[in-house]
Design a protein around this ligand. Structure first.
Ligand SMILES: Nc1nc2c(ncn2[C@@H]2O[C@H](COP(=O)(O)OP(=O)(O)OP(=O)(O)O)[C@@H](O)[C@H]2O)c(=O)[nH]1
Ligand SMILES: [Mg+2]
Length: 626
């Protein structure tokens, strides 16, 4: 592309109500893979992408968080407002693509009318027109366009070719639109402005939209069961339960296969390389270390398969609704549900997702407890210890004990998040005005194979990338610490006893001895700050070096011979609470804009971890598990 074309690129922005398909459109136009899901509040930051119109013009497209109005009440809505109003001077859009859910025009058109006040060129995109047509909603496009005074096109963001009309229309419109100033008369709408806009929207709908004679009742009937205060909660619990059983049962053969492959590679490296440092590095550092983490990919993907399916189906917003009473009792805002749920993947997107919460206090509480939710980086630690110490036998004849313990660990995370927020609200904030919870329940949609596949692929790549970068470099470090300095000639003690790792581990050990941790665990916790699963990899390496000849043995079997059950249980409990990840702390600092809350989180989690592990260890020892 020439420099001239570069400078004259058009800037378009996707705005619209939450869950109307903006990100799906963004992905379709730019070929990106941003997260799309069937609940409001998925996108919480600006995302930029590039594409070409049919006439070959370059467009810089920005995807924005969904919003019902330009009032900017929560941090995500402020982002949208600022971009639309051109407050970020270099990013003032030339054209607003206002994305409306064609099945839900009442709220969508109110926003359109509000956006018109801004005075920027605008194209109304009636997305999800496939669903609207199926339901028999009859929209007269010409009439709608005339009544609103805004050009209108339809689109189906998730279907190949579903954006053709939109692309063609962009070319026609954008040529004249570039570089127009924002109307200087814009002022923030008041509540009565919004009411007036709603009246106007209703008038337009009456004039241009024919509602179906027989309205859709499936959603209503399904929701009567799924949102039932008792039956609904039981179903939610059952779903979670099945999920954890599956994480263990289905993943087993795949995990065994991966573990077997790494073991085989280890033997291969052992035989192919001469005895010495290189052999030790490849076998103990790279293969034992990185391999011990990669084994967990199947479990992580199975967990995400469930989450992605439920998200696409439209169930997650219902789960939020069901949990609202329980969460409200603990002082958590209903809108905290999705951020906390996202934290099952990783606390970082979870903390980002709190941007949808408008009340500062509620948002802060959610940020503080999000790291207690069991993130996927804990899965390797949990699984490793569970498989090594908890017998694989059925309970009540059909429930796997290992899956049950995993479920218990997740439940402990959730319960402690509720407890911490209860305490914060009761004793620190002293505020018990839980605002009413409003969340639009999306229509149920059949999960799309393609979008679930992309979601899984994205997850897998993130995990592999972590394994290849953070985890790998930590492994090199640990291998180095565990291998140097070399023992003096003729030493009788194991070589590792002379290493830096042992020195550091023994230095920390006294602090952690009361909770049952030996020096190997103590030293593994430090690189674990970079990423939780590194602790597993570190243990793999340290014990592999220590074990010498038995190094090919799987790390789980090795632990079973080295730790007491009490130590294993204490480490599990430690991992429920411990602030074991530096990136999460950094995001807390960024999102709260203060060091203070970062330190508060670090301190309270560390205290909980220590007390929890201490109690567990000592109770277990007293019960004879030492
Ligand atoms: N059938 C159908 N589904 C669609 C269409 N566009 C989007 N979807 C689905 O609608 C849901 C919401 O899509 P998103 O792109 O995440 O919506 P969004 O507007 O970005 O939502 P927020 O980021 O929360 O504001 C997803 O489940 C999509 O798969 C469409 O044209 N037809
Ligand atoms: Mg989005």
């Amino acid at each position: 592309m020439t420099a001239a074309a570069e400078t004259s690129a058009w800037r378009f922005a996707l705005v619209g109500t939450p869950n109307s398909g903006k990100t799906a459109l963004f992905n379709a136009l730019t070929g990106s893979r941003q997260k799309v899901a069937n609940y409001p509040g998925v996108t919480v930051e600006r995302k930029a992408g590039v594409f070409q119109t049919p006439s070959g013009h370059r467009v810089d497209l920005v995807d924005l968080p969904g919003t019902y109005s330009l009032r900017g009440r929560s941090p995500d809505e402020e982002i949208t407002r600022d971009v639309v109003l051109g407050k970020l001077a270099s990013e003032t859009p030339d054209l607003l693509l206002c994305v409306a859910d064609a099945t839900n025009l009442r709220v969508a058109l109110r926003l359109v009318i509000e956006l018109k006040q801004v005075g920027r060129p605008m194209l109304l995109v009636l997305n999800m027109i496939d669903i609207a047509r199926r339901r028999g909603i009859d929209i007269d496009l010409d009439k709608l366009s005339a009544e609103l005074g805004v050009p209108v096109v339809t689109s189906i963001a998730v279907r190949r070719g579903g954006t053709e009309d939109l692309l063609r229309r962009m070319d026609e419109m954008a040529a004249g639109a570039a570089g127009q100033p924002v109307a200087s008369t814009w002022k923030s709408p008041t509540v009565s402005d919004l009411r007036a806009a709603q009246r106007e929207a209703d008038r337009v709908i009456k004039a241009a939209v024919g509602q179906p004679s027989r309205p859709d009742t499936v959603t209503g009937r399904v929701d009567a069961v799924l949102l039932h205060p008792v039956a609904g909660l039981l179903i939610l619990l059952l779903l979670l339960f099945i999920m954890f059983q599956a994480v263990f049962a289905w993943a087993k053969p795949l995990m065994d296969a991966i573990a077997g492959a790494f073991e085989w590679l280890g033997v291969l490296a052992h035989d192919a390389l001469p005895e010495g440092l290189l052999q030790s590095f490849i076998q103990n550092g790279v293969l034992s270390g990185v391999g011990s983490v990669l084994v967990f990919l199947p479990q992580i993907l199975i967990l995400f398969l469930f989450i992605l399916l439920l998200e696409d189906l439209g169930y997650m917003a219902r789960a939020a609704f069901l949990m609202d009473r329980i969460m409200g009792g603990a002082g958590l805002h209903g809108r905290a549900f999705i951020p906390l749920l996202s934290s099952f993947a990783c606390a970082i997107p979870g903390i980002m997702a709190t941007r949808v919460i408008d009340n500062k206090r509620d948002r802060l509480t959610t940020i503080l407890v999000a790291p207690l939710m069991t993130c996927s980086a804990r899965i390797p630690v949990y699984t490793l210890i569970i498989s090594a110490f908890i017998p694989d036998r059925p309970v009540l004849g059909f429930i796997g004990l290992q899956g049950l313990v995993m479920f218990g660990l997740y439940a402990a995370g959730i319960f402690s998040a509720l407890a911490v927020s209860f305490v914060a609200n009761r004793f620190f904030w002293r505020e018990n005005t839980t605002p009413p919870f409003m969340l639009e329940l999306p229509d149920y949609k059949l999960p799309r194979v393609r979008s679930v596949a992309i979601g899984l692929y994205t997850r897998a790549m993130m995990f592999l990338q972590r394994a290849g970068t953070t985890i790998f470099s930590m492994m090199v470090l640990i291998w180095f610490l565990a291998s140097f300095p070399r023992p003096p000639e003729g030493a009788t003690e194991p070589a590792i006893d002379f290493s830096l790792a042992a020195t550091i581990g023994r230095w920390i050990e006294p602090v952690l001895a009361p909770v049952g941790f030996n020096w190997q665990i103590s030293v593994a916790l430090i690189p674990g700050m970079a990423a939780r699963e590194v602790a597993v990899a570190s243990l793999g390496t340290v014990y592999a070096i220590e074990g010498g000849k038995e190094a090919a043995e799987q790390i789980g079997q090795m632990l079973a011979t080295k730790w007491s059950l009490a130590t294993a249980l204490a480490l599990l409990v430690w991992y429920i609470f411990a602030p074991q990840c530096a990136s999460t702390l950094a995001v807390i600092k960024r999102e709260t804009g203060s060091w203070r809350w970062m330190f508060v989180t670090f301190a309270y989690m560390l205290v909980l971890a220590y007390i929890g592990a201490f109690i567990t260890y000592n109770v277990a020892v007293a019960l004879g598990a030492g």
